[in-house]
Write a protein that binds this ligand. Structure first.
Ligand code: ADP
Ligand code: ADP
Length: 216
């Protein structure tokens, strides 16, 4: 199965992708996670991306397209994947379309996770992320078993620099202007399934499952 996960920052894409990957035996490809790992390791890509990320701006398209082109070649993706955080602009979506054609691959669907912006601010300001594996928690809605520690690998939980008020506001604006048009783009190609992202994490997941079982 090959999927795109589209939705605003904080919609719950990472949270839901974890369950999807387990149940459907596919791999999550999160451009945000890849960029953060590059920053952590001080690579050239990480250095180029840094200032854009901290300001809540998008990293330039060509950098992201070159990066995803390499990622899509990885052998662990043979069973399928879910793209989380990519594409985020129309030029990225067009580049992805060309890459998939070259590789002889087709997307099954684009899951569009819908959440109103007031809720997104609540979710993002109290999000905490594992430094080691990138898993996200919420201080109130989805807390770790032990304060400040990741359930999966015991990593330290931290607040991302862009999960603070100013960059959050900017990211939501960037989503409205640059990423939201992709809903139209994929709907026009008959490739979008809308999911209500408000409610309990497991209820949302069972709605996602109902949709995905159609593509098994
Ligand atoms: P969230 O999960 O909150 O939506 P991400 O982890 O996906 O955030 O992205 C964090 C930051 O990484 C973005 O604000 C942007 O600077 C950069 N980034 C991630 N994916 C892309 C992309 N496809 N195009 C451009 N920039 C990106
Ligand atoms: P995204 O990857 O779309 O940016 P995340 O999966 O990181 O979003 O979720 C953003 C924040 O919202 C995290 O703190 C997460 O624990 C929390 N969250 C995820 N789903 C829900 C939900 N259904 N209700 C409340 N909080 C949620």
């Amino acid at each position: 199965m090959r999927l795109i996960f589209l939705g605003p920052p904080g919609a719950g894409k990472g949270t839901q992708a974890e369950s999807i990957c387990k149940d459907y035996n596919i791999v999550q490809l999160s451009t945000g996670d890849i960029l953060r790992a590059n920053r952590k390791h001080g690579t050239e890509l990480g250095r180029k991306a840094q200032s854009f990320m901290d300001a809540g701006e998008l990293v330039p398209d060509q950098i992201i397209i070159d990066m995803i082109k390499e990622e899509l070649k990885k052998p662990e993706l043979v069973n399928g994947y879910i793209l989380d955080g990519f594409p985020r602009t129309v030029p990225q979506a067009e580049a992805l379309g060309n890459l998939l054609t070259d590789m002889g691959q087709k997307l099954d669907t684009v899951l569009v996770l819908e959440v109103p912006s007031e809720e997104l601010v609540q979710r993002l300001t109290a999000r905490r992320t594992c430094r080691t594996c990138g898993k996200s928690y919420h201080l109130i809605y989805n807390p770790p078993k032990k304060d400040g520690v990741c359930d999966l690998d015991g990593g330290e939980l931290y607040q991302r620099d862009d999960d603070k008020e100013e960059p959050i506001r900017n990211r939501l604006k960037v989503y409205e202007n640059q990423t939201k048009p992709l809903i139209e783009y994929y709907t026009a190609k008959n490739l979008a399934d809308n999911i209500n992202g408000l409610g309990k994490i497991d209820e949302i997941y069972s709605n996602i499952k109902q949709v995905l079982d159609r593509y098994k």
